[in-house]
Design a protein around this ligand. Structure first.
Ligand code: SF4
Ligand code: SF4
Length: 369
């Protein structure tokens, strides 16, 4: 069996061939006149320069418009505290990184609302860990989902691309917290508390309360909404990162992905950008040297085939001179990913994705020229 069709613009070809990629991969034909098209991407963390270049996003906006769709560029706020934790902070970060209504020719919408909790619960017919996941409102209400993912290494799955972009990036804080922590409840360090009272005002479960002039936290009352983590100005409330094994996070991610795709059915497309493939994902606020030279642009209607093809291209490429991989003497092969992301279990992730029917691990590449 040939497997799913994956389309590739090699790194030596002009990136403008993305026009052909958009058509040949079938994405253009699936967009109907008047469809509201959510183009899901990561606008880059402040301080990181190796995120998706705005010219790619602008080109896709134009192509979606030509196909009759009404595009908007979108992402959700982060669980961790930095510049993208709130809607205002994220819009400011996106603008500083080059993404505005004026430069992109379409709205920039932070899909999970003012506080990162605005979304709809989606029940899953089959799941690995969660019976339901909460999907950010503006994505949930769209007609078509186009994933524009930057390929990077990732500490949990090995390689972050389409599946990670959709699975975590379309969820509200509530589902993000559940994906990352064993009990889906934040951790509290009273020593860091500056007594601003914001958590008490915001918490829907009344898990934070005042007692004898001190702020106390009763985890049993937490309903896992994730809001307090972003609202605490002192860093006293945090995600208990590391409370789960990578495979447990992978299981939650697969469910997140299934929840999103169940909304859209066939009205999806996946494009992976293989430029500046860094050892850390785009959430890091600094830039490292890429681990390989660029591998090009990969697209497919099958997200698993798209990501597996991207992974195989990355492990087949030589190390980038001076990169972490090069310094460690790691040549081609999966050792490079396993050595740079020691906790990730990519082989398990691929098997899990296949078992949960996200797509096919078999693929056939058509090179666009
Ligand atoms: S996650 Fe939500 S429910 Fe839990 S303590 Fe924080 S604000 Fe309260
Ligand atoms: S939001 Fe943070 S700093 Fe403010 S009272 Fe709550 S724990 Fe303390």
């Amino acid at each position: 069996m040939a497997g799913s069709k994956v389309f590739l613009i090699g790194p030596e070809e002009p990136w403008q061939e993305i026009d052909k990629l958009f058509s040949r991969s079938g994405i253009r034909d699936k967009i109907e006149a008047g469809d509201i098209v959510a183009i899901k991407l990561h606008f880059g963390e402040l301080g990181n320069t190796r995120y998706i270049h705005p010219i790619f996003a602008r080109k896709l906006v134009d192509l979606v418009k030509e196909a009759g769709g009404e595009p908007f560029l979108t992402d959700t706020t982060t669980l961790y505290r930095h510049t993208r934790e709130t809607l205002f902070g994220y819009l400011e970060t996106a603008a500083r990184n080059g993404f505005t209504r004026e430069t992109m020719g379409c709205p920039i919408i932070i899909a999970d609302g003012l506080r990162g909790t605005n979304g709809e619960w989606v029940e899953l017919a089959s799941f690995s860990k969660f019976k339901r996941v909460k999907i950010a409102q503006s994505i949930y209400e769209s007609d078509f989902l186009l994933s524009l993912a930057h390929i990077t290494l990732h500490g949990i799955v090995g390689l972050a691309a389409s599946i990670k972009n959709i699975a975590m990036g379309c969820a509200t804080k509530e589902t993000k917290l559940a994906m990352h922590a064993s009990e889906a409840k934040p951790a509290y360090n009273e020593e860091k508390c500056t007594h601003c009272l914001r958590c008490i005002k915001i918490c829907p479960g009344e898990a934070f309360y005042e007692e004898e002039g001190r702020i106390k936290y009763k985890a049993a009352k937490c309903v896992g909404c994730g809001e307090c983590i972003a609202c605490c100005p002192s860093g006293a409330i945090t995600v208990p990162w590391g409370s789960l094994l990578a495979y447990d996070v992978q299981r939650g991610m697969v469910d997140g992905f299934k929840g999103v795709i169940s909304i859209f059915g066939e009205k999806v497309g996946f494009i992976n950008l293989g430029f500046d493939i860094t050892p850390d994902c785009d959430c890091i606020s600094r830039s490292s040297l890429p681990i390989t030279p660029d591998i090009g642009i990969i697209a497919s209607g099958d997200p698993l085939a798209c990501d597996k093809a991207s992974y195989d291209l990355v492990i087949g490429a030589p190390p980038y001179p001076g990169s972490e991989a090069d310094k460690k003497g790691i040549k081609e092969g999966k050792d490079r990913i396993e050595s740079l992301c020691p906790d990730a279990e990519p082989a398990k992730f691929w098997k899990l994705c296949q078992k949960m029917e996200l797509g096919s691990l078999d693929y056939e590449v058509e090179v666009i020229r």
